[in-house]
Every structure is written in C-alpha cells, then in structure tokens.
Design a binder for this molecule. Structure first.
Ligand SMILES: Nc1ncnc2c1ncn2[C@@H]1O[C@H](COP(=O)(O)OP(=O)(O)OP(=O)(O)O)[C@@H](O)[C@H]1O
Ligand SMILES: CC(=O)N[C@H]1[C@@H]2OC[C@@H](O2)[C@@H](O)[C@@H]1O[C@H](C)C(=O)O
Length: 374
C-alpha cells in the first residue's frame, strides 16, 4: 500500500455489522483521515434468518464453537458484499460485536480482518476497539472522530450533536472550532442507553417481527411512566461521560414490560429510549445548536417525536446536513481505517475515557496470513 499523507484522496471502503444484527452496511468514503472529500458507492447485505440465529447464539460469549461459527458468518457475509466494490485502496472492517465488557473481559468483535484481506486481496484495518480498552478506555463509541470531520464537512461553526439510534444509542457533542478532534474540549461522546434493541426484542418475542415498522405499534400504546422512571434509576445514568454499554446491559427491561399489552410495552420501551437521550443531552456541557440523528431509529417517527419533545434544540435526521444516516457508521470505519494507516489517533479521553489519545486497529495485508500459516 502506498504511503498516505495529508490531502491524499484515499478511496476507503468501510463495513459495519451493528448491534441490531440486521446485516452488513458497506460504503466508500474519499478521505485522508482528517478531511472528508466525498462519498462513493454503498451496499447492504442482510443476514439470512439462519445466519442471524448463529449470531444471536453467540451474543454475550467470548469463545467456543458458537463464537467460531459467528466469525465464519461475519467473514463470509463481508467477503461477499465487499468483493462487489472496485478501485478500493483500503478496507475498514468493524466486525460484529458479540460481547463488550471494557472494565472486565474486554471487547470482542467477531470476524478476522486477516482472513478478509486474503479473500479480497486488499489491505484491511480491523480490531478497532482493543487498544483503546487496553489503555483504560471504554472501547466505544469510536464514530466521534468521524463526527468531528463531518461537522466540518457540513459547515458547522458552533457546537453540534450527533445521535446514533442503532441497537444502542450514542451521542457525540462536537465543537468544530478546534483544529483536531483529540484537542481537549473538541469532543464529548458516550452511549446514551438502549435505543432500538429492546423494541426489536419485544417485537421478535411477541409478534415474530424484526422491528416496530414506523413505530406503528408504539403509536397505539400508552407509556407506563413508572417503568420509565424506574429505568432512569439504572447506574448508567449516574455515571459521567464517557461511558459505553453492552447491547444487553438493560436485559431486564423486557421483564419490566412483561405485564403490559403489546402496544403499551412498545410505547414504553420507545419512551425509555427517548428518555435516555434526554438524560444524555443533560450531560452536554454546552447546548448544541442542532441534534443530527443517524441510524435506523431515525426512521421511527414515534421515537423521533419523543426525542424532539425532550430536547431544547432542533432535532433533525442527518440528511438535513446532506449526509446519509443509513451508511454513516460504515463510512466511519472507512474513515478510521485511513487514520489507523496514517498512525493518527482514533479515540481520546473525551470520547472513550482512554488515558491519552490513541490509534486503535490492526492492519492486515493480503499474503500475510499465508506467510503466518506457511
Ligand atoms: N422504518 C423503521 N421503523 C422503525 N424502526 C426502524 C425502521 N428502520 C430501522 N429501524 C430500527 O433501526 C434498527 C437498525 O438500525 P441501525 O442499522 O442503525 O442499527 P445497527 O447499526 O445495527 O446498530 P448499532 O449502531 O447499535 O451498532 C432496526 O433494527 C430498527 O429497530
Ligand atoms: C461495543 C460496540 O460495538 N459498540 C457499538 C454499539 O452500537 C452503538 C453503540 O453501541 C456504539 O458505542 C458502538 O458503535 C458505534 C459505531 C461506535 O463505536 O461509534
């Protein structure tokens, strides 16, 4: 791979398999790891029901046959979708988080970037989170350094917040007045709480459906305020940012709505997701001028209305700033891959609580695996 410098337009291909377990997002971004120059092709590959079952069986596990089977599903799905792209300089491969316990056993994303490098014949950056955890960080969220670049790309001059509504929610407050993302005060980021995962789990358990399309079921229900109040007593909401969450950190939420009707349970879980965003906004030291929402949850108008009602600033999907909310995380890992290849940091005390700014990620080149095995 050629040496990358400032202003080099690298065509990086990022791939993300998120906590919702729906599928793999892939997107091309043109960047030098500091400035976003433009965007390229995108693609999505859904997991089949059988593949999703394999991934689900491995959630919360660190080793064993379930984890190995999950890794194989992740590698195969990624090789399939990523091989469709052409003229790629570098791949950023997040993998599938199976377990996340940064202060305990660490963090684990299934899928080997070394195998993918071999399959694609391209250099692949992967295992983005381990180094941050090793140096005392939460290992998440990592998109904030990309949010910093995006705030500049979108022409923001004052503080702006990005909210990702995936399985878990995460919030980034960006001050674009700083030259570099790792400067003290440029970024504050943390996981807000569960976002879509509890509603998805409810829909799966009660209706055999993957999601509450358009929030239609939640719209018919009434919020059980006592459940939301109790939810907000979780220790996560008393911790200062930065802080991160495992997908199933709030697993007992399903028990809290067990006695409610399907519609009331959906409304209540949606309200919990919105309440955790409001709690997160209160931890922002300065009020953002706008809240830009990315991730699948922005397609849910009931959730979006609840979030807007709890916020003091305009709440809009990232499309309002000319961005693609379905591909933003995939782009983020393409962007971060370029930073890793350049030796630039990918997290800092304000984003993950890591002791000092660090660059995470392993670069695997095609041919290396053959040498290692040979
Ligand atoms: N039309 C819709 N109506 C309601 N909810 C939707 C809709 N579209 C997407 N969602 C929600 O968004 C989820 C997918 O979001 P996204 O792809 O951002 O998650 P992810 O990337 O897997 O998660 P994470 O960011 O936590 O890793 C779906 O599982 C669903 O809950
Ligand atoms: C450990 C892990 O995979 N965390 C994910 C998850 O999904 C949303 C939230 O929890 C966020 O912290 C992170 O993903 C995004 C892409 C991030 O690192 O910025």
């Amino acid at each position: 791979m050629r040496r990358i410098g400032t202003s080099d337009r690298v065509r990086a291909l990022g791939a993300m398999s998120g906590t919702s377990l729906d599928g793999v997002d892939a997107a091309v971004i043109e960047t030098d790891g500091e400035t976003v120059f433009g965007f390229g092709e995108t693609a999505y590959r859904a997991y089949t029901d059988a593949e999703r079952a394999v991934l689900r069986a491995a959630l919360g596990r660190w080793e064993g046959p379930e984890v190995e089977a999950a890794a194989e599903v992740v590698e195969t799905a990624h090789a399939e979708i990523l091989s469709r792209f052409e003229n790629i300089d570098l791949v950023g491969f997040h993998g599938q988080t199976l377990a996340h316990d940064p202060r305990g056993r660490g963090t684990h994303q299934a899928g080997s970037g070394a195998i993918l490098a071999e399959a694609l014949g391209l250099p692949v950056v992967w295992d983005f989170r381990s180094t941050d955890v090793r140096f005392g960080g939460e290992g998440a969220p990592l998109a904030p350094f990309y949010h910093f670049a995006l705030a500049k790309f979108a022409g923001a001059t004052g503080p702006v917040a990005f909210l990702n509504l995936g399985g878990v929610g995460n919030l980034t407050l960006v001050d674009p007045g700083f030259a570099r993302p790792e400067a003290e005060g440029a970024l504050l980021a943390f996981d807000t709480g569960p976002a879509n995962a509890p509603v998805n789990d409810l829909m799966q358990a009660r209706r055999g459906l993957a999601l509450d399309e358009g929030g239609a079921l939640a719209a018919q229900g009434e919020v059980a305020d006592a459940v939301v109040e109790d939810f907000l007593r979780h220790p996560h909401f008393y911790r200062m940012a930065p802080k991160s969450l495992d997908r199933d950190a709030f697993a007992d939420l399903s028990a809290a709505v067990a006695e409610l009707s399907d519609a009331d349970a959906a409304a209540t879980l949606t309200a919990c997701a919105a309440a955790s965003v409001a709690a997160g906004m209160e931890q922002c030291p300065v009020p953002p001028e706008r809240l830009l929402v990315t991730g699948g949850g922005r397609h849910n108008p009931v959730l979006m209305a609840m979030i807007a009602a709890g916020c003091d600033c305009p709440t809009e999907p990232v499309e309002a700033a000319g961005l693609d909310g379905d591909m933003l995380e995939a782009q983020a890992f393409g962007f971060l891959a370029v930073r890793v290849a350049r030796g630039l940091p990918t997290s800092c005390p304000g984003t993950t609580g890591v002791r000092a700014a660090v660059g995470g990620g392993t670069l695997s080149r095609p041919g290396e695996l053959a040498v290692a095995l040979g």
